[in-house]
Design a protein around this ligand. Structure first.
Ligand code: TRP
Length: 324
């Protein structure tokens, strides 16, 4: 099966990014054909700073390689290295009803947050449809917040196929139920914009600080604690197998547990869990040329796929006029 995903180059990866998306992605590459890219064209809709965009792009590439994306097994590249996707975006724009885009939650949310309503922001889902459809994937694993965007891509593909014949494969969204959203240290959904994350590659003192700030209730030490209402238990569980989780549950249910001790344990566990990734990250930081070579290789493979689809499309819509 072909699996595809785009990643925002937004900097400072946190454990929710890892558990809700990356871990799954990295597992996918073992048995599937994985196509994974950093969406710097999409980032242009909200980032207007040269350093920020370029640094975040390379940094996202380094993060992904450090966490286990294997360029031997997968096609890993930066979106703008395959500009064919923009040709397809324009083509798809012509079968995209404005109403479909007006209903996009993500667009409405961004406008509500005061982001200027530019055309790029409005047509973001069309670029995303092109991103997906050009590589003909079977499934697109995304977080809940991107589900509607995948549905829009499907609608656009169906509309196109109805007019021109079955060129596009209709992709399925794959939303991981269990960890679709990870709770943050304050009890809300973990998100960069709420400033309640535990960052994977932050200095360890910062990770410690985040762990120690996880909200807990005021149950006295000599009383049992309810693990099912505990943010601390929930976050810790991400790092535990089922036996360990059961042990921790028992500790919560028995009097005497100090939240502070559990927080310290969690901090150590997190540091240990990500230690091999952090080491790899240091290597890639010092070998950026290797990273750029990997991305160029990935782009070559992706581009040859993209060109194939684009030629088919141009044939069926009549842009290949020389063949007339
Ligand atoms: N919009 C997605 C996000 O914000 C990123 C993205 C762009 C994407 N193109 C994609 C995700 C294609 C999956 C497939 O997370």
């Amino acid at each position: 099966m072909r699996v595809l995903s785009g990643i925002q180059p937004s900097g400072s990866l946190h454990i929710a990014n890892y558990f809700s998306m990356m871990k799954r992605m990295i597992e996918f590459q073992e048995e599937n054909e994985l196509i994974c890219f950093i969406v710097n064209y999409h980032a242009l809709t909200t980032v207007f700073n040269k350093e920020e965009l370029s640094k975040n792009t390379i940094s996202a590439a380094i993060d992904f390689l450090s966490l286990g994306i294997d360029p031997e097994k997968s096609i890993f590249f930066v979106q703008s290295d395959v500009p064919e996707v923009l040709e397809l975006t324009w083509i798809l724009s012509n079968v995209t009803p404005v109403g479909l885009l007006q209903r996009a939650h993500s667009y409405k949310d961004k406008i509500a947050r005061g982001i200027p309503a530019n055309h790029g922001l409005f047509s973001y889902p069309v670029l995303m449809a092109a991103d997906i459809l050009i590589y003909k994937p079977d499934i697109v694993p995304v977080g809940k917040d991107q589900k509607q965007h995948v549905e829009i891509s499907r609608d656009i593909a169906i509309k196109f196929n109805n007019i021109y014949g079955d060129v596009f494969k209709i992709p399925e969204a794959d939303i991981e139920k269990e960890v679709a959203s990870v709770t943050g240290i304050d009890g809300q959904k973990m998100s960069k914009s709420y400033n309640n994350t535990i960052k994977i590659f932050a200095p360890i003192e910062e990770i410690q600080k985040s762990c120690m700030s996880i909200v807990t209730d005021s149950t006295p030490i000599d009383k049992p604690k309810d693990p099912d209402k505990s943010v601390l238990f929930e976050i810790y569980s991400l790092f535990l197998d089922s036996n360990e989780k059961k042990e921790l549950r028992d500790r919560f249910l028995n009097p005497g547990l100090r939240y502070g001790d559990i927080k310290k344990e969690l901090y150590k566990r997190i540091v240990k869990y990500f230690a091999p990734f952090r080491e790899k990250r240091v290597y890639y930081e010092n070998h950026k040329d290797d990273v750029c070579d990997i991305l160029s290789e990935g782009a070559k493979k992706a581009q040859s796929e993209a060109r194939k689809t684009l030629e088919e499309i141009k044939d069926v819509i009549g842009l290949n006029y020389r063949k007339a």
